[in-house]
Design a protein around this ligand. Structure first.
Ligand code: AMP
Length: 134
């Protein structure tokens, strides 16, 4: 799916407006962290900016320095609040079609609570894969 314009009817915009519930884990001036509704690990939390940003690409280009700083700190503070600093965690944010982004509001996944295995399901790339190097 290609998202070009922010859709204020997306599910995370509704959560931010309080139109649908979430299980809040952490909140800052610019961010909200809540439990993923379909967890893919024992710990699976999403951290979103309160501003209307489609994805990492939009946020990194257009969010204020204060919003960006708050977001980075909020992700680390959320992980600390979850108690997974010592055991470890994975953070990831999907942007755009190739990443399989489903919700068009920036969100960073925090996955933890168990060994998470290799980074990508499916393992190694096929031998004939052309790498993109710039
Ligand atoms: P992505 O594929 O990176 O766009 O991930 C979207 C994530 O949002 C998935 O992990 C979903 O389980 C999660 N999700 C969708 N709707 C909700 C909701 N109402 N509350 C919490 N998490 C949600």
């Amino acid at each position: 799916m290609k998202f070009t314009q922010y859709d204020d009817q997306n599910v995370f915009a509704k959560i931010l407006r309080g139109e649908i519930p979430c299980t809040k884990v952490h909140e800052t001036e610019h961010c909200l962290a809540f439990q993923d509704i379909a967890p893919q690990a024992k710990v699976h939390v999403l951290v979103i900016p309160k501003g209307a940003y489609l994805s990492w690409a939009d946020f990194s280009a257009n969010a204020s320095t204060a919003e960006q700083a708050d977001y980075i700190a909020a992700i680390g503070d959320t992980a600390r609040a979850l108690g997974v600093d010592e055991t470890g965690y994975r953070i990831l944010a999907n942007h755009g079609h190739d990443s399989h982004q489903e919700v068009p509001h920036l969100h960073t996944h925090i996955l933890a609570g168990q060994p998470l295995g290799p980074m990508l399901e499916g393992g190694d790339l096929p031998p004939d894969t052309e790498y993109v190097r710039k």
